[in-house]
Design a binder for this molecule. Structure first.
Ligand code: ZN
Length: 685
């Protein structure tokens, strides 16, 4: 394991700044901690609010990530008050949390880590706690204690598995005080704690213990390279390219989203395929997590599909049956340790392993599914390492349950901001690179949706996706180029969307073209081009959408962007208005045909949206001519034409689309909503 310490970078640092620096070094190595795992502390003398020198301890705040941690993510506590607790016999989690609250120096600090007292009771200034793969590979074996003694001799203490809290803190404190030469302790089935007189010493020790463990594991693996058996299901043996995954993901999503929708991520990396292709993985994957810290994300165990069928329809059935059985087993597991105070959590797995195909992980959004994916890569490595040493063994089921339903862990969930209106939903937008499409894609992302942007314009699509991710986080949006008039292209775009996020909930069918010309001058290619995009394009998009939505079985929403011209046509606009009228009729019939699937279909009728609109760029000159005004006066003409005397913007249309696609419009389908500032000729009758 590489030691990342830099004398140059750390030269001017001290106190909590030094702690933050070293914590980031630890966080930079995913083999030590990932996604919010681990914690660190420093004890030092600092003036308190009265200016009086006081013994303080800084500890990582609950929920922050060591990879990016800064000074502000640590909580400053009065060390003396923490150490007083060592005299106590016992303390409940609630008493401990309340007490810690009183020792915080100053308000507005993050809630201190649950392992705060453990750090406080260790009589050394610099303390680091990690869930290092190499160390847990040793602890997650049946003979862990003897193994650790053999490997680390008197350098490291050993604590049999105990859940984090007061008892564990006292235990670690005691071991550290009895032998002041110890450099740290190993927590069985959990991780490593190291300490030192300086931050560098504690960090160096973390790296050197892990390196030693890594060397030992490498040797064990050389001796037993196939501890889980040789690969019997060859990577890719179930993959027939894109198609298979696209068939399966909506089926999985439809089932695991029973109480709340999930975003799905697919992983067919060689590492995953190699692991699940070995016969021993079926059993080993069911034994629990490498460290209890991961349970909140990955749940007690994954779903493992044994002998997956090569027939897609049969495999879909296997998956559905597997998920339902997982749920049944989860409910009996929950009931085995029943406690009236507990509320049952989601009974479906976060990880689905399909030998020959890959791993599907689920989460409330792309990032949550990605965290599960990353954590499982570490879990499967540890399973393989421990199996090479002897065999993998995690904490027992009762402890897994206690951890999964531990109020303090669940408390973290209550700290999360309320989910946004379109959280957990996948939205596909056509014509999303500019104008109304772009504004609507942004609005959905703002409200928490995963957005899939499509457009004919390559550069515009990329730019929109990047801008959304910049503003709303990595992978908030994905996208691809799409000509909605191309049957194959539409199919491919929907497949890409399903592969990106696992399914589909909402489609904003928006892409359109407009030709302004009198009927007598309109050419056949111009007429046909308008029909192809404005009528056939919506048809192809709608057809593909309902096929996926039906397979998923969660209902869905389709919003069509029509135009005020459908209800109040103007001259020189035959190709545009006629093709748009066709799309409106298509939408109504879509509403009729799929009402019973819970798919709602609604229409927005905007008028004269100029800003950022490619469509208007192309035809404002002709429209000015048709209305008999100069091009400079066209905007004003449209403002004066509506009852509210307002300019209609892309963002106004976006709000109407969001409303129609939201549960606020749950009882509305087949409806048309004008967004035109009030054009009385276009009133619906
Ligand atoms: Zn831990």
């Amino acid at each position: 394991m590489k030691n990342l310490w830099s004398d140059k970078d750390s030269k001017k640092l001290s106190g909590v700044e030094m702690l933050a620096y070293t914590s980031r070094l630890i966080g930079a190595n995913p083999d030590l901690v990932v996604w919010g795992g681990g914690n660190s502390s420093i004890k030092c003398l600092e003036p308190d609010h009265k200016g009086q020198e006081t013994q303080v301890m800084y500890i990582k705040g609950s929920g922050s990530d060591m990879r990016t941690i800064e000074k502000k993510h640590f909580t400053r506590l009065r060390l003396e008050e923490l150490q007083l607790l060592e005299e106590r016999e016992a303390m409940t989690d609630e008493e401990m949390v309340e007490y810690l609250g009183h020792t915080m120096m100053g308000g507005n600090q993050p809630r201190p880590s649950i392992e705060t007292l453990l750090h406080a009771f260790v009589p050394h200034d610099h303390v680091y706690h990690t869930h290092a793969d190499a160390i847990t590979s040793l602890t997650d074996t049946p003979g862990s204690q003897a193994l650790i003694r053999k490997l680390f001799g008197k350098e490291l203490g050993f604590v049999p598995y105990t859940r984090p809290g007061f008892t564990l803190s006292k235990w670690v404190g005691k071991i550290a005080k009895v032998d002041l030469n110890l450099k740290g302790v190993i927590l069985d089935k959990h991780g490593l704690i190291t300490w030192g007189r300086t931050a560098k010493e504690a960090y160096d020790r973390t790296i050197s213990f892990c390196s030693k463990a890594e060397k030992f594991i490498q040797a064990a693996k050389r001796k037993r390279p196939a501890s889980l058996g040789r690969v019997t299901v060859k990577p890719g043996s179930l993959v027939e390219g894109l198609k298979r995954r696209v068939d399966l993901l909506p089926v999985i999503r439809g089932t695991v989203s029973e109480s709340q929708r999930m975003i799905l991520l697919f992983d067919d990396s060689p590492e995953v395929l190699d692991f699940i292709g070995r016969p021993g993985a079926a059993r080993a994957s069911q034994l629990g997590p490498m460290t209890p810290d991961h349970i909140m994300h990955i749940k007690p165990k994954p779903l493992f599909i044994q002998n997956p069928s090569k027939d897609p329809a049969k495999l879909a059935q296997q998956l559905k049956a597997g998920l339902l059985l997982y749920k049944k087993n989860y409910l009996s597991y929950f009931n085995r340790y029943k406690d009236p105070k507990l509320t049952q959590l989601d009974p479906y797995p976060r990880i689905i392993l399909i030998p020959g195909l890959g791993m599907v992980t689920t989460g409330k959004n792309w990032q949550a599914a990605k965290i599960v994916q990353d954590l499982y890569h570490h879990n499967l490595r540890v399973i393989q390492n421990s199996s090479a040493i002897s065999r993998f063994q995690a904490i027992n089921e009762k402890e897994i349950h206690r951890f999964e339903y531990w109020p303090l862990e669940n408390y973290k969930l209550t700290l999360l901001p309320k989910e946004k209106e379109f959280s957990r939903q996948v939205v596909l937008v056509t014509g999303g690179a500019s104008g109304i499409g772009r504004a609507t894609a942004f609005a959905f992302a703002r409200e928490g949706a995963q957005v899939f942007v499509t457009d004919l314009n390559v550069q515009g699509t990329t730019e929109t996706v990047e801008a959304i991710c910049q503003k709303y986080g990595a992978h908030a949006a994905e996208g691809c180029v799409l000509n909605v008039g191309d049957e194959k292209g539409v199919q491919t775009a929907f497949e890409k969307c399903v592969l990106a996020f696992g399914g589909l909930d909402i489609v904003f069918s928006n892409a359109g073209v407009a030709k302004s010309s009198s009927i007598k001058n309109l050419t056949l290619p111009e007429w046909e081009q308008n029909l192809k995009v404005n009528a056939t394009g919506h048809f192809l998009v709608a057809r593909e959408a309902v096929r996926i939505l039906q397979k998923q079985g969660l209902g869905g929403n389709f919003v069509l962007n029509a135009t005020k011209n459908v209800t109040a046509p103007g001259k020189d606009f035959a190709a545009y208005s006629s093709s748009k009228a066709a799309s409106v009729q298509l939408a109504r019939i879509l509403a009729i045909e799929h009402g019973e699937d819970g798919i709602r279909v609604n229409i927005v009728n905007p008028d004269a949206v100029f800003e950022g609109s490619k469509l208007w760029e192309q035809m404002s000159r002709q429209r000015a001519k048709a209305h008999g005004v100069s091009i400079e006066k066209l905007k004003e003409f449209y403002v004066q034409r509506n009852l509210l005397k307002v300019q209609v913007r892309a963002e106004d249309v976006a709000e109407a689309v969001l409303f129609l696609a939201s549960s606020r419009a749950a009882k509305t389908t087949g409806a048309m909503l004008p967004v035109d500032g009030g054009v009385k000729e276009a009133f619906l009758r």
